[in-house]
Design a protein around this ligand. Structure first.
Ligand code: COA
Length: 315
């Protein structure tokens, strides 16, 4: 397939580090050197699905396709208010889609997992045009009295339209099952028969372990995928790395021995927006005119699961 349209939508509320230090024992001086985050967009009055619809409309406008042209719609999301129907159906209704709508919960690498599904459907001859949206509100998962998690995240949606083409040069997906490294539990409805004890738990993360996993997984995925398609680092124009933490991105950069200029970043203004991070970055770079035809973009993302993935896309 190839990407022919991108779009994004972010909440209007901007929360700076100084605003967080009004109610948390934290500071800009602690957050910036450890994460690179200066501010983040946080959902206040918006509905998540409206951000998803806006991102999709922008991507469709750029692609020149309409909702009636889309054969398959994939929504990547970790948490939203609807247990059912899937967020893809809610957003699909807003867009007027008439195609299959599926949700995936693959955490931060969701965009890469969605591209893999799209490419597989295309190669099977089942679809021509696929719309992907990654729509996330991780700020609603955190305990906002916990300074170790709540400072890291931001909300938003990023979308892409894919159509027939030969521009996805390779995708690799990995899992190192470890559900105790990043997790959150919600309470379900009680029944007269439940006898086990159940608790609601806000987002928990073993920060240092996740940091190491992220750097190892990303460098391994990128090097192995480039090798498997017969490419080298010299062929890469840009690394589109999940915007979790500037220090993670710096460590990947150092390990790969690649220059700053190949790593576009928006973490300073967005924080970690989970799977929305890669397509929001893609859309911002695309609309700034950063990419030229033939550029090689290498996506790499990692997160809860622990899942990781990489993709090589020719622009
Ligand atoms: N402000 C001030 N102090 C903070 C703080 C904050 N926001 N968050 C944690 N601290 C404190 C801790 O309480 C601890 O204090 P103590 O030594 O008195 O106990 C101290 O800072 C060190 O905590 P620690 O968790 O060891 O810090 P760290 O250097 O590992 O940095 C992260 C924490 C979260 C920034 C870092 O582990 C990280 O970036 N991990 C990856 C997280 C990530 O990106 N996850 C998503 C991947 S998809």
């Amino acid at each position: 397939m190839k990407i022919i349209g991108t779009g994004s939508a972010i909440p209007s509320k901007v929360v700076t580090n100084d605003m967080l230090s009004e109610f948390l024992d934290t500071s800009d001086e602690w957050i910036v050197p450890r994460t690179g985050i200066k501010s983040r967009h946080v959902i206040s009055s918006e509905e998540l699905e409206d951000l998803g619809i806006e991102a999709c409309r922008k991507a469709l406008d750029m692609s020149g396709l309409g909702p009636q042209d889309i054969d398959y719609f994939i929504c990547s999301n970790v948490v939203n208010e609807y247990a059912t129907p899937g967020l893809s159906c809610v957003i699909g209704a807003g867009l007027g889609l008439q195609c299959p709508c599926i949700d995936i919960n693959c955490a931060c690498p969701g965009f890469i997992y969605a591209m893999d599904i799209a490419e597989a459907q295309y190669r099977a001859g089942r679809v021509k045009n696929v719309l992907i949206v990654c729509c996330e509100e991780p700020t609603r998962m955190c305990d906002w009295t916990d300074r170790s998690t709540s400072v890291l995240f931001g909300d938003g949606a990023g979308a892409a339209v894919l159509t027939a083409g030969d521009n996805i040069k390779g995708i690799s997906l990995h899992c190192e099952p470890a559900p105790d490294k990043i997790w959150q539990k919600r309470l379900m409805q009680p029944t007269p028969y439940i006898t086990k004890e159940e608790h609601e738990t806000p987002l928990q993360m073993k920060g240092r372990e996740v940091f190491k996993f992220a750097v190892n997984a990303s460098t391994r995925d990128v090097e192995a995928l480039l090798k498997s398609v017969g490419m080298s680092k010299e062929d890469v124009s840009f690394y589109m790395v999940h915007q979790a933490n500037a220090r993670i991105i710096d460590a990947i950069k150092q390990y790969l021995e690649e220059p700053d200029g190949k790593f576009p970043s928006n973490i300073a203004d967005h924080g970690n927006s989970s799977s929305a991070s890669c397509p929001i970055l893609l859309d911002e770079c695309n609309r700034k005119g950063l990419f030229k035809k033939g550029d090689i973009l290498v996506f790499s993302a990692f997160g809860a699961g622990l899942l990781s993935g990489a993709a090589i896309v020719e622009w």
